[in-house]
Design a protein around this ligand. Structure first.
Ligand code: FAD
Length: 580
């Protein structure tokens, strides 16, 4: 299974991961199964923590594949990405190198709920992710389908009926490890559905994972069934964009990662998105053809917050639903119609699309489809993502009942860190609800479980005013560096510089003091409403909505100019509540 089945292209990729001529070792510290968004983060995190790690996945050329939407981030999801980044995870940096349209959502609301989001070039994301993964020290990447687990006697000091010590591949070969992380996404007994047709598959073009599903069930894990779906893809040249609402990206673009100065592409070179809507004709096609739509008839639960067009028509009849037309990449001829996830037979999907404004002549290149899959009740895992039943076995990503790349990545980084810590017999690394959205996500899953695909929202976080995207580094980077060693020296130094610059900036802002009448003259733009002769510090003036660091530095240049040379520093001085 080592390399025999690899195509020439895949061999080239495989060669990046260490010496491909050397036989594959049969013992690792950590094995991660699955090269999706959870698996890539888990494997890279375990390796960053110093564990010899093996990433086993069906196909190297699908590592980093975005199965559904060509976008990352959003409200709540962008928060998770910042936290993954604060622990030196990959997805934020890769998005800064692969986006085609960067926009911060919710800008009109407070900074606690700003949502960093970007349309991503699928091809570029995959390329950049594969390059990163295949060049990670201590990480070996191999193709293979894991069918079974190797189990041994449990360690008496821990709970659990047995301990995992490796995996069995489809050809019967075995690889041993101290810890194993399963990140199999929608693949466990996956079945894809279009109309009345159903085929076993993890996603379009990929085999399902059946043996492993049986193993987990036999071990006594409680298994549930969920479903999700994806929209059709449309030929770009067949759409009449000229009659639709255009959405342009932000200028300047705000990067996802704390260590990216900027993103790879200038705002003026980025691609627009367009907005259109469904109409009563769409409802009619959906309602008249429910009998041809197995996915809708299934009683399994789908994603409530990313519903199919059928669910929207059934739940909210006679409404016009938004359809965002999103680019799939810089050189891609495809458009992704977000909001139009559908499992009608292909010919009816095409008929439905052409009823929509701007899509009258649209050519469907690939039909939408649904996928139904097994997930494991996440109450069977601890806050470190290790299972209660099997020692040293970790689950992360969609296997735990979540939906979304960001939710998967967040669990992946935690599972990878803890799989490595377990090998070293060190205490687990747990993020609490007060420290991060990652904590909220894992706490919700492990204590409440879920019976529908779980997605992150800011409303789930009780402490959302302090868990802002801008300060994820101060919440997690120092812990990641000092407690587990998953953070690079470069990132640690950057976070330390930011921390000391903020402290210094605050004391300078506290030390600048004028009467309010002088401030009114210096900054006429601000409606400073305090007694004329009362003294007012620059720190207090900065709290006025109209005032930002740039304006303050124009009024009092000498001490403040240096704090506006870094956009992020200037913004954080303004956002944070620095008390008295
Ligand atoms: P995945 O990204 O699915 O990766 C799983 C990986 O594991 C794959 O590389 C696979 O090859 C590998 N693998 C599986 N079994 C084995 C095995 N036995 N041996 C070796 N390798 C194995 N999310 C949303 O937020 N909104 C949506 O609307 C949405 N719609 C979706 C529609 C479809 C059709 C699909 C497939 C997914 C959709 N998603 C959606 C979900 C999103 O793609 C996932 O949440 C995310 O990719 C999960 O990441 P993951 O790492 O857990 O799994």
């Amino acid at each position: 299974w080592v390399a025999a089945s690899l195509t020439k292209k895949r061999l080239t990729l495989a060669r990046f991961s260490g010496d491909s001529a050397a036989p594959l070792a049969t013992k690792f510290d950590v094995i991660v199964v699955g090269g999706g968004h959870a698996g890539t983060e888990a494997a890279a995190a375990a390796a960053r923590c110093g564990s010899r790690t093996l990433l086993l996945t069906h196909r190297v050329d699908t590592i980093g594949q975005m199965s559904c939407n060509p976008s990352f981030g959003g409200i709540g999801k962008g928060h998770l990405m910042r936290e993954v980044d604060a622990l030196d995870g990959l997805c934020s940096r890769i998005c800064d190198q692969s986006g085609v349209h960067y926009k911060v959502l919710n800008r009109r609301k407070g900074p606690a709920v700003w949502g960093l989001r970007a349309q991503i070039d699928r091809k570029l994301y995959k390329q950049n992710m594969q390059k990163e993964i295949l060049n990670t020290p201590l990480l070996t990447v191999q193709e293979g389908a894991v069918e079974d687990l190797i189990l041994t006697e449990p360690e008496p000091e821990y709970t659990g009926k047995c301990r995992v010590s490796g995996v069995v591949l489809a050809d019967g070969s075995t690889v041993h490890a101290e810890s194993v992380v399963l990140t199999t996404g929608t693949f466990l007994r996956g079945v894809i559905v279009i109309g009345l047709e159903m085929h076993p598959a993890g996603r379009l073009g990929d085999q399902p994972s059946v043996g492993l599903a049986h193993t987990l069930e036999k071990l006594g894990f409680v298994v549930g069934r969920l479903k999700t779906g994806t929209p059709p893809r449309i030929a770009k040249e067949s759409i009449n964009f000229s009659i639709l609402n255009k959405q342009t990206p932000d200028n300047p673009s705000i990067p996802f990662s704390f260590i990216s100065e900027t993103v790879w592409i200038k705002p003026e070179d980025q691609l627009p998105c367009y907005l259109t809507h469904t109409n009563p004709k769409v409802d009619e096609i959906v309602l008249e053809n429910l009998h041809l739509n197995s996915h809708i008839k299934e009683t399994t639960r789908g994603p409530r917050y990313c519903p199919s067009i059928e669910s929207k028509v059934l739940r909210f009849p006679n409404r016009l639903h938004q359809v965002w037309l999103e680019p799939e990449g810089m050189d891609s001829d495809l458009i992704y119609p977000q909001g139009l996830s559908v499992t009608l037979p292909a010919e009816l999907q095409e008929k439905m699309i052409t009823c929509i404004k701007g899509l009258e002549k649209a050519k469907m290149i690939q039909p939408g489809y649904g996928v139904q899959y097994d997930y494991l009740d996440p109450r069977q895992i601890t806050p470190s993502l290790e299972t209660h039943l099997v020692q040293r076995l970790f689950f992360a990503g969609q296997i735990n009942g979540t939906t979304g790349y960001e939710e998967a990545a967040a669990q992946g980084v935690i599972a990878g860190i803890n799989a490595s810590l377990r090998v070293k017999r060190k205490p687990p690394f747990v993020v609490s609800r007060t420290e991060g959205y990652i904590g909220v996500l894992i706490d919700d899953l492990t204590t409440l479980g879920t019976n529908e695909p779980y997605r992150m929202f800011t409303s789930r976080a009780e402490f959302r005013l302090s868990l802002r995207p801008d300060n994820a580094d101060s919440r997690l980077t120092f812990r990641g560096y000092k407690e587990v060693g998953c953070v690079s020296q470069q990132r640690y130094e950057r976070a330390s510089w930011m921390k000391s610059s903020l402290e210094e900036g605050i004391s300078v802002l506290k030390s600048i003091e004028f009467s309010s009448s002088k401030w009114k003259k210096l900054i006429p733009e601000a409606s400073i409403s305090i007694g004329k002769s009362l003294p007012l510090r620059a720190l207090d003036v900065l709290k006025y909505e109209e005032v930002d660091m740039k304006l303050l530095a124009t009024a009092v240049p000498a001490p403040l100019k240096k704090y506006i040379t870094c956009r992020e520093l200037a913004e954080r001085l303004k956002i944070e509540d620095w008390g008295c």
